[in-house]
Design a protein around this ligand. Sequence first.
Ligand code: F6R
Length: 609
Amino acid sequence: MCGIVGYIGARNSQDVLLDGLKKLEYRGYDSAGVAVFTSNGLEVKKAKGRLAVLESQLASSPLIGTAGIGHTRWATHGKPSDVNSHPHTDNGMRFSVVHNGIIENYLTLKEELSAKGHRFVSETDTEVLSHLLADLYDGSLVRTVQKAVKKLKGAFALAVMYVHEPDQLVAVRQASPLIIGVGQGENFIGSDIPAVLNYTRDIYILNDGEMAVLTRNGVELMDLDGNNISRELFVVDWDLSTAEKGGFDHFMLKEIHEQPKAYRDTMGGRIDVQANKIILDELNLKQEDIRALEKIHIVACGTAYHAGLVGRSVIESLTRIPVESDVASEYRYRSPIINERTLVIVVSQSGETADTLAALREAKRYGAKVLAITNVVGSSVAREADEVLFTWAGPEIAVASTKAYSSQLIAFYLLGLHLAAQRDSVKAGDLAELIHALQKLPEQVEELLQQAPAIKSLAEAFAARSSVFFIGRGLDYAAAMEGSLKLKEISYIHSEAYAAGELKHGTLALIEQGVPVIALATQEELLEKMISNIKEVKARDAFVLGIVMEGGADLADCADQVLKIPRTMPLLAPALSAIPLQLLAYYASLARGNDVDKPRNLAKSVTVE
Ligand code: F6R
């Protein structure tokens, strides 16, 4: 996720900016840059790669000045490259902008501005803003920023400078985080508190729709109409490592809490609310290609494979195209039956997993079209696939995947609905109902996160057990597999997931008094059968934790405890049931004193076969 810094004061700004950017490295990035007011006007330096590359360029030819903005970019629109790095400028090098977020209507704006003669050099959405500012400038930077921002759709945090008003910086927040650090004779912008913590602990936290105008001697907060806002300073009393985690104890917990945003970002710009339509403009697959599809294979590893299991049911039920899902390390060696009417979907958070990449190459060799669902722009999978659907979850740092997994589910819902619309395989009313329910998910996740204290107590009880079972039917089975993997990988408690109807064919022998069984019962068509399975384990004195939908299954006589997820359509339930299961794993790991973010024997990106 991009990092923003800004400085205005008396110090050498390039040093403060670099220092701030280093503190934001944990957010993940692929390029970096700074813009500084120098005696030559507005000067910019930016470079693909680690901050050290930019740092060495600045060491050999420094930008001397006491105000500037800086950025670490995590590529979204356009691959990682020098030219796509921020800051971006207009053609006259008068305005400079850094941005975190996504400007959804950038293509329309770009067309309008190009028609007026603006020349674009990058593939980014951000660059439109620097041209837009130049186009709208009316003698006041603050007013111009207000006008420009009102033309933008999407999520953004911005820092802006203008060559002819060198004694101020302007910052805006709209749905992407931004803070202002307040010092003595100097002020700071940061997309997160660590960026400024070496200089000040006095912070203004901007809310959505607010902006700040920073000079050396003060900070003015206002709304986008210019009305002043008064706000108490927030005094940070955390240390730096806590601040990097946004006040959470671990990256995993932070990432669990980032899921409402990850859902919103992944859906952002891809749903036409008025027309009840999914818009996946990034795909080149034409309607005739989609109609001609005979089968789909979904291939991935680990958690991404589990997302693919949900994807399989979603796509099959919406399109009636036969879908198979495979673990990549198996797929590549099983001579899969593929032809040019097969769509192979590879799923990979990192886009670098060796087996997934090999499966992708194998599928292409056989003539299939390959569509990648990935979180990393510029990754090998994104580069080699024919089609890419990005999950906009932002960088995931904890080894155990949470927000990347759930964003993959959102990507599958979007894709399934898109394919269904192109094949006319679902009634318009049903599509509309699903799209409506999909949009409610971020808010419902927020609601679910409130249950963390109750889940913590349950997890503490489970932490003493040596074995846990997860059961479910249909989509609940797929969700159970991910819940089980999450628990075992970070708590080291042995855990297994079973299709609930399969238990009695062997595994039931392991159920004895007190063995925890987590029973997912959100799929209402399968409830009766599921309740019978829960009773089978209860009859063997298992401790049953039921996960049901509000207003759904009543497990009063067969579960010891019940967690409720907000009511949604059964097809979407895995995007909600994932949350309590992630929290359960997190708190169980914590209770066992494990290194939650770096579980033993595991790596974030598995680039070996
Ligand atoms: C578990 C986890 C792994 C990954 C798997 C694939 O929490 O994160 O199972 O899902 O290694 O990684 P990607 O998605 O990067 O291909």
